[in-house]
Design a protein around this ligand. Structure first.
Ligand SMILES: Cc1cc2nc3c(=O)[nH]c(=O)nc-3n(C[C@H](O)[C@H](O)[C@H](O)COP(=O)(O)O)c2cc1C
Length: 218
């Protein structure tokens, strides 16, 4: 697929088919994602791929913790009050997704929070870490890798969803997957084939006008 077409067509998938993926396909996606730019080409991302039953075991553990700790998806803590325009964009997505989730017999908060920790049923999940010895500036590199990863997945015919909520449960992730304390889980990306019968996958997110976030200096 042409790169611009891939960019324009990609959207987060929130219901995956329970269908295993070939390792060679995932390797091809990861190869392409690793073409992402990073500061002085350090490529500081560290990726753990949880597949099949291992992925399901991880989700069981995360959902158990969720029931105890109740940390949910949200705009996150900020030093100052979050500008209204950012909150409004989030509210718009919630409003548009809610009827789709309700058609599936769930409610928005349950579907998004429990769904995120279940990786929306994806057969594969990339858990992307940064070593704590690296300066937080390198989070930009991980973001760059994540952006390439979701596009590479789309280019190879797979759906994806970045999932940040899991980072709030990183102690459980590290314990379950035997990952050293010194690694920071930045973000996870669920990968798989979209469930064609799930109406949540009809959701298309909107974007702000350029005039809302671009200042031209000439
Ligand atoms: C860093 C990051 C964290 C995210 N965390 C979650 C999450 O925990 N759960 C979820 O359902 N979607 C999550 N998303 C997906 C966003 O909600 C989604 O990208 C956004 O609404 C735009 O929609 P689109 O990806 O379909 O274009 C996350 C995206 C990013 C980039």
């Amino acid at each position: 697929m042409d790169v611009l077409q891939t960019i324009r067509c990609r959207g987060s998938v929130r219901a995956f088919a329970d269908e295993p993926l070939d390792r060679s396909l995932l390797e091809a996606v990861l190869h392409d994602a690793s073409r992402a730019p990073s500061a002085i080409n350090m490529q500081p991302w560290e990726v753990h791929m949880a597949l099949g039953e291992e992925r399901k075991r991880l989700s069981k553990r995360l959902l158990r913790s969720y029931r105890e700790r109740r940390i949910t998806c949200g705009p996150g803590a900020a030093k100052e009050v979050i500008p209204e325009r950012f909150l409004q964009r989030g509210r718009e997505s919630v409003e548009q997704m809610t009827p789709l989730v309700e058609r599936m017999g769930s409610d928005f908060r349950t579907y998004i929070n429990e769904g995120s920790l279940d990786f929306y049923g994806a057969p594969a999940v990339a858990l992307i870490f940064l070593d704590e010895l690296l300066h937080p500036d390198h989070l930009v590199d991980v973001g760059s890798f994540m952006g390439y990863l979701v596009l590479a997945a789309a280019g190879h015919g797979l759906g994806s969803c970045p999932i940040g909520l899991v980072s709030a449960y990183q102690d459980e992730v590290k314990d379950q997957l035997n990952i050293p304390e010194s690694k920071t889980l930045v973000v996870t990306v669920a990968l798989g084939r979209p469930d064609p019968n799930a109406c949540i996958n009809e959701f298309r997110s909107t974007r702000a006008e350029l005039s809302e976030f671009v200042r031209w200096i000439d």
